[in-house]
Design a binder for this molecule. Structure first.
Ligand SMILES: *Cc1c(COP(=O)(O)O)cnc(C)c1O
Length: 359
């Protein structure tokens, strides 16, 4: 028995060491995990009540079309119900898109470095991958447009980009969309939409009607704090949604996830407060990095990508994990999820020891 040969070139996703493993390995009492961009403030307190009172029966399949959630999200975003497709997190949406559009005869264009799942699924579908290096940490949309040809099926724009936190602004995105031919689907992954505060961050939903080949991704995993439930969605033209819906599994979002997401939409104040705290802590990190001469990219998400001068990212990762701090290492820097105030204070104290200034 052999799986597709390209699958053997990939690795199964490793979320990194578990908290318990790190505790045991380094003999620590307390671990702080700032590695997966989860909401450090948890989720709305209304979720627990909603999921413990609202499920009619565990023996019954969920509503595959997620009708109640669909209605609520449509109202929340001011889009039509037919413009929505729900998935078991955006990870599954990336799989649905790849499965529906990519094959050996096609290619897909993406930034490097960006969210790893775009490439992962493109490899499985045997599509050609055209990676365009970030320019000063930002998507190089001019070069990405140059890479498009008749065989291009999907262009991925991660906005803000994971892991750098950098963003493509409204003007840049629109002039890119004007250049892209209609046979190419432009997927704008807005997993961190709620956290973005820049004035010129694009309001992509407002231009959806102008581009039938535009698909926007949002999730309940990040600012809404529901990562454990696995629920996200895409917004696009009804004709596109109908086609993608065919390759969606019949019951891909669970009843509990749908109920939790509905409850989350009814407590937007929780998200607003999380965003205010995130913005405040982000600014504190900026001040700290500037004072300590640590390189960082300004971020529109709940995470910051940094480089410590003269140190490899693996060494920084190792230094932190031995003290109980789990962050995410990339080849040319580390990504830190912005945590709670007290955790950020402590992490700054630790990073100060590595900075060239140490004041
Ligand atoms: C976290 C993340 C996702 C996946 O989110 P889920 O909805 O939890 O699957 C997708 N894209 C980006 C850029 C992310 O950071």
């Amino acid at each position: 028995m052999d799986v597709k040969k390209q699958i053997l070139t990939l690795k199964a996703y490793t979320p990194g060491k578990s908290t318990d493993e790190v505790k045991r390995e380094y003999n620590l009492d307390k671990i702080v995990k700032l590695a997966s961009n989860e909401n450090p403030h948890g989720c709305s307190p209304t979720i627990v009540e909603a999921i413990s009172t609202k499920i009619p029966s565990f023996a019954v399949y969920p509503d595959g079309a997620a009708m109640e959630l669909r209605e609520q999200v449509a109202n929340y975003l001011h889009v039509k119900e037919e413009q929505l497709l729900f998935s078991s997190g955006l990870d599954e949406m990336i799989q649905i898109l790849s499965r529906a559009l990519l094959s050996e005869e096609t290619n897909t264009v993406m930034a490097a470095e960006t969210f790893s799942q775009y490439k992962h699924h493109a490899v499985i579908e045997n599509a050609e991958i055209r990676e365009v290096p970030l320019k000063d940490g930002v998507h190089d949309l001019d070069e990405m447009a140059n890479q498009i040809d008749e065989a291009t099926k999907i262009v991925w724009i991660c906005n803000p980009n994971n892991p750098t936190g950098t963003y493509v602004n409204k003007e840049e995105l629109e002039s890119f969309l004007q250049k892209v031919p209609k046979h190419v689907l432009v997927v704008v992954d807005e997993a961190y939409y709620e956290y973005a505060t820049a004035q010129d961050y694009p309001q992509t939903l407002q231009i959806l009607d102008d581009y039938e080949n535009l698909f926007v991704l949002r999730t309940f995993s990040k600012a809404f704090g529901l990562a454990a439930f696995r629920i996200g969605y895409g917004i696009g033209a009804p004709s596109l949604i109908q086609q993608l819906d065919i390759s969606r599994l019949p019951f891909n979002t669970s009843a509990l996830a749908q109920t939790a997401a509905i409850a989350a939409l009814n407590d937007l104040q929780f998200v607003e407060e999380s965003v205010i705290l995130n913005t405040h802590e982000r600014d504190r990190y900026y001040d700290f990095f500037e004072k300590q001469q640590i390189f960082y990219y300004p971020s529109e998400g709940n995470f910051i990508f940094i480089k410590i001068p003269g140190m490899s990212s693996q060494d920084v990762f190792q230094y932190l994990i031995e003290k109980g701090w789990i962050v995410r290492a990339f080849p040319n820097g580390i990504r830190i999820t912005i945590g709670k105030e007290e955790d950020n204070d402590e992490l700054m104290r630790l990073l100060k020891e590595l900075s060239p200034v140490k004041l």
